[in-house]
Write a protein that binds this ligand. Sequence first.
Ligand SMILES: [Zn+2]
Length: 238
Amino acid sequence: MDPFKLRFKNEYLGGPLVGKFINNAHTLQFNPSPDHMLRVVKFKKNGNEFRARLAQFHFHWGDDNTKGSEHTYGGQAYPLEVHLVHLNMAYDMSKDHLTHGDGALVIGIMFEPLEPDDDPCYSHAPGNKFFDSLMEKIPDLIEPLSETCEVEVDYASLFDAIPDLENNVSHYKGSLTTPDCQEAVQWINVLTPVKVSQRILDRIRTKVKDNNDKIMVNNFRPPQPINGRTVYKKNDMP
Ligand SMILES: [Zn+2]
């Protein structure tokens, strides 16, 4: 067994996250402002420990509720997945994170629709607040290579919706899901999907355009064979 430990520093969830959303023609991405407070996670495995700071987050989604995520749980895909991309602070000066096996740590969180029957008002799904500023700014993100002005994201609300966060994750070492797929990423997947309103999923998948003037959908890489990698189910360290 090869245990690992993931810890969020206290200030990770503090205050709103300030930055800009962009449509980069492949996805909707949020880039924190350069002078924003650093949000740092600590990761430990095999006696090696590193700290990584939040560098950006972006989404993958499908054109209906049966697909969109790049990971599956028990064979089930989800309509939307966010990747919280953190870069190892030890390499900040060299800007060559992807040449190191521990260059990046990406946390993947799945979203699933709240059934209308669960909530007649259809507006109180636990994950909704995280999307408030994105929903408001979607009209500014329709064209490829567009960006918003500086906005605040209620980042902590995303984690409010996940019980026992630090012990509710699996881990494997893998690659980026975009070319050239360097094996530089410590992947962390949160095991509990977060519920959002269907209207949020609908909005993301019907409004923004890619380079071909087409609605941007299915911007996910299909789940890959595990290739003999070991997936660790949760934090196994005391
Ligand atoms: Zn991604």
